[in-house]
Design a protein around this ligand. Structure first.
Ligand SMILES: Cc1cc2nc3c(=O)[nH]c(=O)nc-3n(C[C@H](O)[C@H](O)[C@H](O)COP(=O)(O)OP(=O)(O)OC[C@H]3O[C@@H](n4cnc5c(N)ncnc54)[C@H](O)[C@@H]3O)c2cc1C
Length: 384
């Protein structure tokens, strides 16, 4: 069993670590304060090929792997979580769904701009009355002549508010010619007639990430925008969330590492009772626990990504990665503030921002409760 990254994986991790330290980290506080998205940084990320790492060169990608993709998501998130989450939604989820289930024409038209980072994708599953119970959605799609006409509201949609977002992949109830009722998935471009962006949500953190409601009111798209097999639209939509969970785990590890970086810096510099607080055992124990839990969470997301690269089923590993990493992060972010004392509660100290941002990761792409239910079902089946 090898635990060593390949030369290429180390190279891309180190390159992105440098880029994120120099270019993203110094702007993270301003992004959070102003809520303004750094389009220039996204362009630089696109120039480095970061949105297309796991996809073939023929589609504008880097022919890389999912381990590298997730190492990159961790490094970007260590500097700023909103950019890490942008990568998760556009690459791991939207681009992957188009790559795996799209026709050649759909890939040429919709996938390549996402892979090249010229455009950004979004994922539309959640609705006002359908969150964890994702199958209870009420958006509808009706085939009328050469078009699909969609009606409904998608809620809390990441990325879609960005100026360069081109599309959202929408799950909707429909009736097939055979009369069968199914949930199918559709490529809905932002400029489609009847597509309306709701107000931007006022979140309590992650301000630079533009999250909006999407209102589909007789939204009309060509028949060709049906994605994949309509009879399996729901399971195909959920299948990419398995990778999304590995990505959220990588975002959580990146943010937890940032908490540790700042806590170490503070503990070494802050003196009380005539010595750096790092010298107090209670502080060192907190730092030691942080370092251990971050490394365990990192190993778990890397294992899940490695299994994905090898084509080994990894539903448990991905679910465990997200559950463990996001719960770990909540504790690490809280301890980071504690190590900073009163300073940790002040906006100018990054850990106060990290603490605010940490909670969201236990909610998106399957709450901790839903992930435990998934693992519980695996245990009930005896498959673990
Ligand atoms: C900032 C942000 C960005 C998001 N981005 C996207 C996006 O891009 N695309 C998208 O489709 N969605 C997105 N979401 C939605 C997110 O995935 C949902 O919020 C999440 O799935 C939970 O759904 P809910 O909010 O409706 O909570 P609910 O489903 O109402 O859950 C409320 C509580 O009840 C618990 N619960 C529910 N059912 C059970 C059960 N059976 N057993 C035990 N506990 C249960 C939940 O775990 C939770 O604690 C985003 C959300 C946020 C906040």
């Amino acid at each position: 069993m090898y635990f060593e990254l390949t030369k290429e994986q180390k190279m891309i991790r180190d390159e992105v670590r440098n880029f994120a330290r120099k270019e993203i980290a110094p702007r993270a506080e301003e992004m959070e304060r102003t809520g303004e998205y750094p389009y220039d940084l996204m362009e630089k990320m696109a120039d480095l090929g970061l949105m297309g790492i796991p996809f073939p060169e023929a589609y504008g990608g880097m022919d890389g792997d999912w381990v590298s993709t997730h190492l990159v998501i961790e490094e970007i998130s260590r500097a700023d979580i909103t950019l890490g989450a942008m990568l998760d939604v556009t690459t791991s989820i939207a681009a992957q769904e188009l790559f795996v289930f799209g026709t050649e024409e759909q890939k040429q038209k919709w996938l390549i701009p996402l892979v090249e980072g010229v455009k950004i994708g979004a994922f539309g599953l959640t609705e006002p009355d359908s969150g964890s119970d994702a199958g209870s959605l009420s958006t509808t799609a009706e085939r009328i002549g050469g078009n699909w006409v969609l009606n409904g509201t998608k809620q809390f949609i990441t990325n879609i508010g960005l100026d360069n977002a081109s599309l959202v992949l929408v799950a909707a109830n429909t009736r097939l010619d055979s009369g069968k009722e199914v949930i199918a998935t559709f490529i809905v471009p932002k400029e489609a007639p009847g597509f309306k962006l709701g107000e931007r949500y006022r979140k309590n953190a992650w301000h630079a990430s533009a999250t909006h409601e999407v209102i589909l009111s007789n939204c009309t798209i060509p028949a060709d925008n049906l994605l994949g097999n309509p009879e399996r639209g729901f399971s195909q939509h959920l299948s990419v969330l398995e990778t999304g969970r590995i990505s959220i785990a990588a975002v959580a590890v990146g943010l937890a590492q940032a908490c540790l970086d700042e806590s170490l810096r503070h503990a070494r510099g802050r003196k009380q009772f005539g010595r750096p607080i790092f010298d107090f055992q209670s502080i060192q124990f907190k730092l030691a626990d942080m370092a251990v839990s971050i490394e365990l969470a990192r190993n778990q997301y890397l294992k899940a990504a490695w299994m994905k690269d090898k084509g080994i089923p990894h539903a448990f590993e991905a679910t465990a990665a997200k559950l463990y990493a996001t719960e770990m992060l909540e504790k690490v972010a809280s301890d980071a503030v504690q190590i900073h004392g009163g300073y940790g509660y002040m906006e100018e100290y990054p850990v106060s921002r990290y603490y605010q941002g940490a909670k969201l990761l236990q909610i998106v792409e399957g709450t901790s409760e839903i992930l435990r239910m998934i693992i519980g079902r695996m245990l009930a089946k005896g498959s673990l």
